[in-house]
Design a protein around this ligand. Sequence first.
Ligand code: HAM
Length: 451
Amino acid sequence: MIRDVGKACRGVPFPCMVPPKRVFDMNYKSVKGTKDLLPQDTAAWLHVESVIREVMELYRYGEIRTPVFEDTAVFARGIGEETDIVGKEMYTFLDKGGSSLTLRPEMTAPVIRAFIQHSMGEQGVLNKLYYIGPMFRQERPQAGRFRQFHQFGFECIGQQSPTCDAEIIMMAAEIYRRLGIQFTLKINSVGDPVCRPKYREALQEFLGGVHDQLSPESQRRAETNPMRVLDSKNENDRKLTADAPVILDYLTEECRSHFDQTLALLDGLGVAYEVDPRLVRGLDYYTMTAFEFVSTDLGSQDALGGGGRYDGLVDQLGGKATPAVGFAAGIERLLMVLEKNEYAFPTRGPLVYLVGMHDESRAWTFQQAVRLRSIGISVEMDYAGRSVKAQMREANRLQSRYVLIVGEEEMATSQAQVKDMREGTQESIAFEQLADYFSSRRQSQALEEQH
Ligand code: HAM
């Protein structure tokens, strides 16, 4: 732990370059709101990521990876100065050259920045991109809310067709279906710059009538971002705004028709949804469709993921006006639901565990392990000089499918004992046959797993 940082920096212009007085108690911990993922955790992550990538492959989305930090303006302009994310939650810092940089709190703005920078719009009528990676928001940590968290998401850039909106929703639904996650899909249309001013006026007039009774946060929002008042978590605010006008009554013909067509496509696919006229998302770029996947298996942070259409963002970030729609979801929250559901993550031990019974056979197992691994066989062995019994116990614990045992006799005859741990059978295999033997066992295991 480093103490006295604050004191040393008092009166020094930001960013403070005074080296902190270091008082270490050698008890370093990961920063509040961040988590280490250990091998027993990453197995679940890798599985979830493989499901996401499989679905992306089916829908023909290509992966995009952008830097974890961007010029602050990308987010300030993209997400909106008045949003909680930009106003309160960003990790923003000046680098040594004096540039204001921000750790990405989300990926839509960076993806659009990259889309413009690389003239991706010229490469086809549609750009279908997905991402998986860490995001950063300085929120109060709680269950399901972290300061470094991970999102997967996808953006479909180039068309205003409701098919794109429905497809994005279906991709999210497909990932949740494959993982057995139940959800409620809430959907709304937040209109466009044509319908919104009229609605904003009507809403502000309504809010003016209850202004004094609203929470201080909603009073402020009533001026700056009135639609977010409908999104307030404060019970009293919700009661006061129960009869507030809703955007759906103010949609232009075009927005209404886009919304109806999107819903009709979802109906055609048998997807259940709830039209929630109060759904406003916490980012300013949305136009028309806005939606959220919520789970009753999560606590107060019940949003599995959310997204919508953002037809003005490319233009706003300096590109040629291009319609787009997308979605992003938190991976930690998804894993929380899987854990609650006691989801059976596929576990796979090594194909074979090599047991050496004496010094010479132990040396041989190491040579053999390297050889087998080089032809794609996953192998584990003992590195601690443990007894045969302890090695067998370890092979069991690791759920190794086969155990290969060599001792003095086996070394003398160049024959290993191979035990099939599932069938309980044992056979003698010549050393020169081992590579073929395990290659064919690996193929049968891969076939079994496919079925
Ligand atoms: P968002 O609603 O801000 O949307 O975030 C999407 C999801 O990220 C949330 O529903 C939640 O699951 C997860 N999430 C957000 N903040 C945290 C946190 N502090 N800790 C853990 N999980 C969190 C966006 O980010 C938009 N870019 C979505 C989008 C893509 N819209 C169009 N395209």
